[in-house]
Design a protein around this ligand. Structure first.
Ligand code: ADE
Ligand code: ZN
Length: 337
């Protein structure tokens, strides 16, 4: 059987569970914000690596210093999901990139929440927030942020995440373990960037020290078969972003990307977009291009999309509804499957 075409991948109900608000700033909103501040529109440096990307996110996000701008970003993100056949998203937001909101996390979340609420009433998908730490923060700052999240108890914020550059920060599992333990004790879900700018050890620390329920990227786990077996046994999913990995130079071409080896080994994999305004296409493209590169038929492609909904942090009722929608799409579009 042939691989699915783009239109089928678009219609396939799927969740984006690895995507950063910082990497979803539409170019028109960025241009308007720069104009208002009287500065040049930030342009990504020639340095096509993670450090260069993070600097660019800092330069862009600092321009968004008003609640109405955050509301607009949130609304546009939800619409972007609709236009990509994404039925729900776990969206990462990292306050360290947004200096105008430092010390004002409740106000920041409130503004984003208003944008998402309005988008939902306009028929766009439900978006949950994962508030993220950055690898170069101190352990004390991390604990303070978790305490703020616990006090806020905001229904839009379902979990804690961590991102940033592990290559320059070094192993930081022990530094952040108390923050993730506290988050877990208070019912916050946990997703951890690892196995992108770190090797298999980063993934091992994520699972063992940071109590990760889901690994963002995780692809370099493939370098250690024992770790791969552990991920399979424990059912710990990876949300993998092939276009991002290619754009940041982790792998030279899609055919050499390990997502297929991991999937075949039995690891639960979902696809994500990471920073789609900057690093690649939409989620439909991730499914379409991976299916073509790895020879996935409709059934295999649908199974990855189904995993994306299963491993999302959506509440049980919404998840059940979205899985039913997904299964119905597959039943109706592949009557002989
Ligand atoms: N923040 C935004 N994109 C990221 C990535 N790919 N890795 C780590 N931190 C990030
Ligand atoms: Zn990411």
């Amino acid at each position: 059987m042939s691989s699915p075409d783009r239109a089928w991948c678009f219609g396939l109900p799927k969740a984006d569970v690895h995507v950063h608000l910082e990497g979803c700033i539409p170019s028109d909103l960025l241009r308007d914000a720069a104009t208002r501040h009287g500065v040049e529109v930030p342009v990504r440096s020639e340095q096509r690596d993670l450090a260069g990307l993070l600097d660019h996110l800092d330069a862009s996000c600092r321009l968004f210093d008003r609640a109405d701008l955050l509301r607009a970003l949130a609304w546009r993100f939800a619409r972007r999901c609709s236009w990509d056949g994404v039925v729900t998203a776990d969206l990462i937001v990292n306050p360290s990139h947004w200096p105008a909101w430092h010390g004002r996390l409740p106000e920041m979340v409130a503004a984003l929440d208003e944008g998402f609420t309005r988008a939902e009433s306009d028929g766009h998908p439900t978006v949950r927030l994962l508030v993220s730490l950055r690898r170069d923060q101190s352990g004390e700052d991390a604990l303070a942020m978790v305490d703020t999240l616990i006090t806020m108890e905001h229904p839009r914020v379902v979990g804690l995440s961590i991102d940033g550059d592990e290559a320059s920060s070094g192993p930081t599992g022990e530094r952040f373990a108390p923050a993730f333990e506290r988050a877990a004790e208070h019912g916050l879900r946990r997703a951890v960037h690892a196995g992108e700018s770190s090797g298999p050890d980063g993934v091992r620390y994520a699972v063992r020290l940071l109590l990760a329920e889901r690994i963002d990227h995780g692809v370099r786990a493939v370098e250690d078969p024992t770790l791969v077996a552990e991920l399979v046994d424990r059912g710990i999913p990876l949300d993998v972003c092939p276009s991002s990995n290619l754009a940041l130079g982790l792998y030279p071409i899609l055919h050499s990307h390990p997502v297929e080896e991991l999937r075949r080994a039995g690891v639960r994999v979902a696809l994500g977009t990471d920073d789609p305004e900057l690093l690649g296409g939409d989620l439909t493209h991730e499914y379409h291009s991976s299916a073509a590169a790895f020879g996935w038929d409709h059934k295999a492609t649908a199974a990855v999309a189904r995993t994306s909904i299963e491993v999302s942090f959506a509440p049980a009722a919404l998840k059940a509804e979205l899985l039913e929608r997904h299964d119905e799409y597959v039943r109706a579009s592949l009557p002989t499957a």
